[in-house]
Design a protein around this ligand. Structure first.
Ligand code: SF4
Ligand code: SF4
Length: 461
């Protein structure tokens, strides 16, 4: 039995102010009796250091929302209310609760618990309109992270053979292409050009520890990063290839931006890269209308790995939300179906990215037909970045981030991935799937709300 893949989380708090759902405020009618400091076991209430006769402002950061101090205050002086920062952060896709959840997962690597007493909606848009069939959850040996059966989350990237050919003597005649094996169905993508070099370095180190890769614009790969080339996928345009031969030579995979010339001469590009290196080629294709045609054509032309990239909400590019633009899950389903109809699905690896916000989105994207995913924003949210669905103010990094040492940032990324790994294991165990490779296109394990809705009520309304 292979050694179990295990991620080692370590509690790593960040001394930065973050988004909290409730704010606790002490009113002017407080008589400084100190009762709240006695009843709060989390020490949210303390006396002022400068003047111990009065109470300091409550520390919302450590509050666990038990409401005990509010009930016990003899003057009714304490008030808990929804925090304005919480209400103004994120948006329709990236909800404030998600930011808090990602922040906490990066803190200790634990799986968040939100099931008991859940009063929220059971469906939504994007990945939230997908439910997964957890009917195997009753099998204790398969019970996710606690079960005895080994659940494997590794996937391969590269071209696969449709079948093997053997000679008369039983010798293998097929030339088996190179593949790269990673332990999690997740690559890191670098989203913003304003990432500091310490965050980029931390991403690379976390990727190395987790046995995965960071996709990084080639111009960002400085001499400092080159020694980590085993875990970096340079992202490059076809026109830049000649200028970065050294980096391509050391890389195990190279991500090339799609352009129309590739549709006409993919073989020419492949030949050009092969002269420099044995790196596997990833073609990064924007998730636009007719992406099915592009992906299928590239797959027939011999592309090994195709990366379909939607926007940060998982929407198709070049089409405003609400204008009939599809979500990533629908794009992948359609691409997967087209490749199956063309009998070429098994030969090509599909990476899906854009709108991968939570661990369950990884599994759901794979059920829709992706072999693996790439994600970016959650890693930064785990470092305290806030996302606003506003073009002017999209990702806002905390002021103190530049002073945080790289090992701390690295560990928080590892913690986040540990929490995601555990959640993926739980979902796979509950679905009765022990190999992440078998998640791909397993849509029989998913229920799509839109389809159920249409089947049930479509004829009536
Ligand atoms: S219990 Fe109420 S009155 Fe007493 S110190 Fe706390 S807030 Fe003030
Ligand atoms: S609500 Fe509970 S945890 Fe929060 S400050 Fe009051 S006593 Fe402490």
């Amino acid at each position: 039995m292979p050694k179990k893949y295990h991620i080692h989380p370590k509690t790593t708090p960040l001394d930065l102010d973050y988004v909290y759902k409730f704010k606790i405020v002490r009113g002017e009618n407080c008589i400084n009796c100190g009762k709240c400091s006695k009843v709060c076991i989390y020490q949210a209430h303390k006396r002022s250091e400068a003047d111990p006769r009065i109470m300091a402002d409550p520390n919302t950061v450590v509050c666990r929302n038990c409401f005990r101090c509010i009930q016990e205050c003899p003057r009714g002086a304490l008030e808990k209310s929804l925090d304005q920062g919480y209400l103004s952060t994120a948006g329709a896709y990236w909800k404030p609760d998600m930011l808090i959840s990602l922040w906490k997962q990066a803190e200790d690597g634990n799986v968040p618990v939100s099931g008991a007493g859940y009063r929220g909606p059971f469906t939504g848009t994007g990945f939230d309109s997908m439910w997964t069939d957890m009917s195997e959850i009753v099998r204790p040996t398969r019970d996710g992270i606690h079960g005895r059966e080994y659940i494997n989350t590794s996937v391969d990237l590269g071209r696969k053979l449709n079948h093997l050919v053997f000679g008369a003597e039983g010798q293998l005649l097929s030339k088996v292409p190179d593949t790269v094996d990673i332990s999690l169905p997740i690559l890191f993508d670098t989203p913003a050009d304003k990432l500091s070099s310490s965050v980029k370095l931390a991403m690379i180190k976390a990727a190395a520890e987790l046995n995965t890769f960071v996709i990084m614009p080639v111009a960002d790969i400085t001499a400092e990063f080159e020694k980590h080339s085993d875990n970096i996928i340079p992202r490059i345009t076809a026109a830049e290839i000649d200028g970065y031969k050294d980096i391509i030579n050391k890389a195990r995979m190279v991500s090339i931006e799609f352009n129309d010339v590739l549709l006409k001469d993919f073989a020419g590009l492949k030949k050009k890269i092969n002269k420099i290196s044995r790196a596997l080629l990833i073609i990064r294709v924007p998730a636009v209308k007719d992406v099915e045609y592009t992906v299928t054509k590239l797959a027939h032309d011999g592309a090994e790995i195709i990366h379909i990239a939607a926007d940060y909400r998982g929407q198709e590019l070049n089409s405003p939300a609400g204008s009939g633009s599809r979500h990533l899950k629908d794009v992948i389903r359609s691409v997967h179906q087209r490749l199956v109809e063309d009998h070429i699905r098994d030969e090509v690896t599909i990476i899906a990215s854009g709108g991968i916000a939570m661990a369950e989105n990884v599994t759901k994207a794979m059920l829709c037909g992706a072999d693996l995913t790439a994600m970016d924003i959650p890693l930064l949210v785990g470092l305290g970045a806030r996302i606003y669905e506003d073009r002017e103010k999209f990702l806002v990094f905390p002021e103190g981030l530049a002073k945080i040492p790289t090992p701390v940032i690295t560990q928080r990324m590892i913690n986040l991935m540990s929490a995601w790994h555990s959640q993926i294991l739980e979902m796979m165990g509950a679905m009765g799937i022990r190999e992440a490779r078998r998640l791909r296109g397993e849509s029989g394990r998913a229920i799509f709300f839109e389809e159920i809705d249409k089947d049930t009520f479509g004829k009536l309304f």
